[in-house]
Design a protein around this ligand. Structure first.
Ligand code: HMG
Length: 391
């Protein structure tokens, strides 16, 4: 609307885990041809959380650099998106609020709709800033993706957190109107409260994702959105990076463009760099795609990028964001690469033990193994309470 300030992503930072499992190790264990992982699904390694890491420690580690750079003035809301929640009542964002020492004059809430939750949080944040352009909203997307051992989904696990500082006159991306939205009641992927690992119908989930791509795009165009050719790049939710390719080809076909593979690579190529070595980070995935895009392309000043956020169950949203001129002066490329490079490779036995690790539920005092070298850790479970500490 005329005279309204631009609102969007002012800063972005991500964190991932202490450990990493290369897909070569998984392939050796289960006898899969490594070509299936590297080229079939487009994954090279997956982040593996240490016993003292979780969505809170990753979320705090992602958000701390934003608070260090910008201070906490004006942050009156924290929206924490996750589908690997650690508590049925208390928001994980309150632990992050405490670890970062933020002001008590803050509202904190957790949001859930599978991998789509962070986009809901971003859109709600934009609305809050439009209401009060002086405030900034901290959006945190943090997830640990877990499937059954030896299941087809296992190779698509991962973990990461992305923190977005949303405000007026953003330095990175101006979020545009309109949005195209789509909801369908499907059982493609879900996790009942009594399970740690998700249940999934893999092929059904791919079909549901593609249907949601065309549904949200259709709504986007009906709301008066841009044409496909206007976009400089596309950030898709990436449960595995080849899914973004499937989705983009589907969209091109749906729009009657035909599929030109050079165009597909140009539109998507740089967006897969982080997801291909981190794995599925659920809510964080589409914003890891944005981080990789901004960190690698230097020609995006004032150019629109398309975002397709999908969450199983299912909800999807297509929206555009215009990259702010001078965005390259505000990036955290070195820190992002360090977060990936500092991970320690684990062998299959260690990975399996971490996968099967769970805390006793007796309410006793259970210190964790001091595993992570990250800035925050889950130190213990005591009387059914999670005890976090700053290193
Ligand atoms: P699968 O069924 O074992 O694999 O698991 P496949 O047989 O379909 O093979 C995968 C690809 O590798 C195929 O390529 C093969 O041809 C190829 P495509 O035909 O699809 O182009 N391939 C090879 N390529 C090179 N060399 C070889 C070779 N062998 C095979 N030797 C599946 C795949 C995705 C089903 C599985 O990983 C899975 O269940 N993943 C979890 C579910 C998932 O990620 N779904 C994606 C859409 S749903 C979504 O995005 C939401 C989600 O993030 C959750 C949320 O919203 O919260 C999951």
């Amino acid at each position: 609307m005329a005279n309204e300030p631009a609102v969007g992503i002012h800063d972005l930072s991500f964190a991932t885990t202490e450990f990493v499992l290369p897909h070569t190790v998984l392939a050796e264990h289960n006898g899969t041809d490594i070509g299936k992982y590297h080229h079939g699904i487009g994954q090279w390694s997956m982040s593996v959380a240490a016993a003292d890491e979780d969505i809170v420690t990753m979320g705090a580690a992602a958000a701390a650099p934003l608070v260090r750079r910008h201070g906490s003035d004006g942050i009156r809301t924290i929206l924490f998106a996750t589908e690997s929640s650690i508590d049925q009542a208390k928001s994980a964002g309150i632990y992050v609020h405490s670890l970062l020492g933020l002001d008590s004059a803050t509202r904190v809430v957790e949001l859930k709709q599978a991998c789509y939750g962070a986009t809901a949080a971003l859109q709600f944040a934009v609305g809050l800033v439009r209401r009060d352009p002086g405030q900034r909203v901290l959006v945190i997307a943090s997830d640990v993706s877990k499937y059954e051992l030896d299941s087809p989904g296992e190779a698509t696990q991962g973990a990461a957190a992305v923190a977005l500082l949303v405000g007026a006159d953003p330095a990175l991306v101006r979020v545009e109107e309109p949005s195209g939205v789509f909801t369908a009641d499907v059982m493609d992927f879900w996790r009942p409260n009594y399970r740690e690992a998700a249940l999934v119908d893999g092929q059904e989930s791919i079909g549901a994702y593609l249907l949601a791509v065309q549904g949200s795009w259709k709504d986007y165009t009906e709301q008066g959105g841009r044409t496909l050719d206007e976009f400089a790049a596309f950030c898709y939710h990436q449960p595995f990076t080849k899914m973004a390719y499937k989705a983009h080809r589907h969209l091109l076909n749906y729009c009657g463009h035909g599929v030109d593979e050079d165009r597909v690579s140009r539109d998507l190529g740089p967006t897969t760099a982080y997801n291909s070595v981190i794995g599925n980070s659920y809510t964080a995935s589409v914003y890891l795609a944005l981080a990789a895009l901004l960190d690698q392309r230097d020609d995006l000043d004032d150019r629109p990028v398309g975002f397709l956020s999908y969450g199983s169950g299912s909800v999807a949203e297509f929206f555009a964001g215009t990259v702010a001129p001078g965005y390259r002066d505000h990036l955290r490329t070195t820190a992002h690469r360090d977060a990936i490079d500092r991970r320690k490779p684990v062998d299959y036995v260690r990975y399996r033990a971490l996968h099967e690790h769970s805390f006793p539920t007796d309410g006793g005092d259970h210190p964790t193994l001091a595993d992570t070298t990250g800035p925050f850790r889950l130190a213990a479970l005591r009387g059914h309470k999670r005890i976090y500490e700053t290193r």
